[in-house]
Write a protein that binds this ligand. Structure first.
Ligand code: LRH
Ligand code: MN
Length: 430
């Protein structure tokens, strides 16, 4: 429903903020010039930055306790894409969508691709789902999928992943993300080695079906839905399996899938060093896999992750092209607002990382000048780059203030009659 969010409405909203933005931008330009940084170069890089939106994040999420739908929720993947188009129209850094199957399964994938094309959207990595049983499914995933002791259940899970690749090829995607919840709830319930051997045997069959110009993203997670052991539990198991499988297999880092206080930026550096970084599911968390809005809790960690990513580009790391995706659950905020906000917060971490004086940092690190090395990072992190983000959006035809502009459209009210609440409608997870 991008017409509800018209160019003229965006222009009117921007007109109220443009002068203030110009002043703030010039002020920041002056500050950066003193540091030998060209603000225009940074703004152009900000405009080129992109992070994919999860289709499943466009409907209200929930927990096992409850879900409280918002007005005019998207009821199918076509409406989810329309909301994704609104997000990109205002935030101008989310040109692609990561779909999830079977939540986004349709009868005609060419029709879905055409719908996305008409909305100016592309498809990022596709996600398989062998963590829920579908109606009429022959074998249950209660005791796992790719590592299930039942060969028939494993073959069923492999077949589903291969189907996701075929659907993804029609959509123009170039990667398959494989996350499985396989694991155990009791010590002794599962043989750690046999279960991972079964997992590897299954993923090898999926890997062999991965087209040459595609990649397979393996996603690890410490716990949930299993609460004693998880087959693909940590980055170590992940990278070992990715190395075992081959060059098309890489390790995807979902920020919420680690124990509290784990040094995720160092995991990222390791995966970069061994050429096995697939990319990210950005979100934030305080306790477990909370799937909170990116940059809402631990903004310094997100900055430090981008510091490693920008450093890799700065050092011309070969074939360095990680996939950036959001993976969040919006339980109390409007999904469109949260996704716009989160995309901008991820973009903010990237832009701040561009401001790090890497030559100085190298010297302080070599000289073991710990404090000045730390302060070199902080100098970038403490820079308010909001004028650069807003200028990048405005120059790309977006909104200086996406939230205010979205609210000025009265989008949910406008769509309420066209999207009557469907019982049991859901983002897919709950
Ligand atoms: C698992 C996960 C995975 C998705 C799911 C929606 O927690 O992060 O990436 O398949 O969320
Ligand atoms: Mn994830």
């Amino acid at each position: 429903m991008t017409e509800i969010v018209s160019e003229s409405l965006i222009a009117d909203q921007n007109a109220m903020l443009a002068d203030r933005l110009a002043q703030d931008y010039q002020h920041l330009a002056g500050q950066l010039r003193h540091r030998g940084i060209d603000v225009e170069e940074i703004t152009n890089k900000a405009r080129a930055f992109a992070v994919a939106v999860p289709s499943w994040g466009t409907a209200t999420g929930g927990t096992r306790f409850a879900r409280f739908p918002c007005l005019a929720e998207p009821r199918n993947v076509f409406e989810k894409l329309e909301d994704c188009a609104v997000i990109d129209k205002l935030a101008r850094c989310t040109p692609s969508v990561s779909p999830h199957f079977p939540w986004d399964k349709v009868d005609d994938f060419n029709e879905l691709r055409e719908h996305a094309d008409n909305l100016g959207l592309a498809f990022d990595a596709v996600n398989s789902n062998t963590f829920q049983d579908q109606p009429g499914q022959a074998r249950s995933y209660k005791y796992g999928s790719l590592s299930n002791t039942s060969q028939a259940a494993r073959e069923q899970a492999v077949a589903h992943n291969i189907e996701c690749i075929e659907w993804g090829e029609i959509l123009g995607s170039k990667a398959l993300t494989v996350w499985v919840g396989d694991g155990s709830n009791f010590p002794g319930q599962q043989h750690f080695i046999h279960s991972l051997e079964r997992y590897l045997d299954s993923t090898r069959k999926i890997y062999d079906a991965i087209p040459d110009d595609w990649q397979m993203f393996i996603e690890h997670k410490m716990f949930e839905p299993a609460f004693y052991s998880t087959v693909m539990q940590d980055w170590g198991t992940n990278v070992l399996c990715a190395m075992e499988l081959g060059p098309k297999a890489k390790s995807l880092v979902d920020l919420g899938h680690h124990a509290p206080n784990v040094n995720i930026e160092m995991i990222v550096a390791r995966l970069i060093q061994f050429r096995k970084l697939a990319g990210f599911h950005f979100n934030d968390s305080k306790y477990g896999d909370d799937d909170l809005d990116s940059g809402s809790i631990n903004t310094y960690q997100q900055f430090l992750i981008f510091n490693e990513l920008v450093d890799a580009e700065y050092r011309s790391t070969p074939d360095f092209d990680p996939a950036y995706m959001l993976d969040q659950s919006h339980n109390v905020s409007d999904p469109i607002e949260s996704l716009m906000n989160s995309a901008a917060e991820v973009q903010r971490s990237f832009v701040k990382a561009l401001l790090v004086d890497r030559e100085a940092l190298d010297e302080y690190q070599d000289a073991n000048d710990a404090l000045m090395a730390a302060n070199t990072l902080k100098a970038a992190y403490n820079t308010d780059v909001s004028p650069i983000l807003a200028m990048a959006r405005m120059r790309s035809g977006g909104a200086i203030d996406p939230i205010a502009t979205f609210r000025a459209t009265d989008y949910r009210q406008q769509l309420a009659s066209a999207r009557p609440a469907a019982d049991g409608s859901s983002s897919g997870i709950v």
